[in-house]
Write a protein that binds this ligand. Structure first.
Ligand SMILES: N[C@@H](CCC(=O)N[C@@H](CS)C(=O)NCC(=O)O)C(=O)O
Length: 205
């Protein structure tokens, strides 16, 4: 059975959501952040040396990194390709993989810089200019890709939507989504999915 080491609050809820979409049996080991530092407790380091979440333990196989966890779960539990195109359709699979890794690999950093700036009392003109420009670049790009589609890769929900929804939800939390109403609507749409609602209920987010 899979154990998901789940840190509240953060990106791990998106892995809970994916497990719910896949209909996989799992258990949650819940960790709370230190209220002062907002960092994970040291006990997470017993599971993986980086002490970050999400991490899954699948009968002793420990996997960290949200996109790697997604790839593993799809490989093991999505033989029918409900949530990703098959590798035999190489072009569709390559596009899916790009959108799977893009949120964590490219969009998260400028959002993190923005979040740290919001917590800082000092002005940091260089970081402000960087995060503002990059956030506009990435969210314009995501909105263009979405276009009038329901989901990021078209008419069908895929596991790539889970990661995209993570960065869009982070932008919403930082009050940055006003310039992209279609992305607000997209977030509301994917977060209304029964699997997402089950994840929130189960993980008590
Ligand atoms: N690139 C990793 C990032 C993991 C990560 O930084 N997780 C955050 C939670 S959103 C964390 O564990 N932070 C606690 C800490 O660093 O103390 C992934 O995609 O899983």
């Amino acid at each position: 059975m899979i154990t998901l080491h789940h840190l509240r609050i953060g990106r791990s809820i998106f892995t809970v959501w994916l497990l719910e979409e896949l209909g996989v049996e799992y258990q949650l080991e819940v960790y709370l952040r230190d209220p002062k530092t907002m960092r994970a407790p040291d006990s997470l380091q017993k599971i993986h040396p980086l002490g970050k979440s999400p991490v899954i333990d699948d009968d002793g196989l420990i996997i960290a990194e949200s996109s790697a966890i997604t790839t593993y779960l799809l490989e093991k539990y999505d033989a029918e390709h409900r949530l990703a195109p098959p590798r035999s359709n190489l072009a569709a699979w390559a596009k899916f993989t790009r959108w799977l890794h893009y949120p964590e690999g490219s969009v998260f950093l400028p959002l993190l810089v923005k979040m740290l700036l919001m917590r800082s009392e000092q002005p940091h003109a260089t970081f402000e200019a960087y995060s503002e420009k990059e956030i506009r670049l990435h969210f314009d790009y995501i909105a263009k890709q979405l276009g009038s589609s329901e989901f990021i890769l078209g008419d069908d929900f895929t596991a790539a939507d889970v990661g995209v929804a993570y960065v869009v939800s982070m932008a919403k939390r930082l009050g940055l989504l006003n310039s992209w109403p279609p992305l607000s609507a997209y977030l509301a749409r994917v977060q209304a999915r029964p699997a997402y609602l089950r994840a929130v209920e189960r993980a008590v987010e």
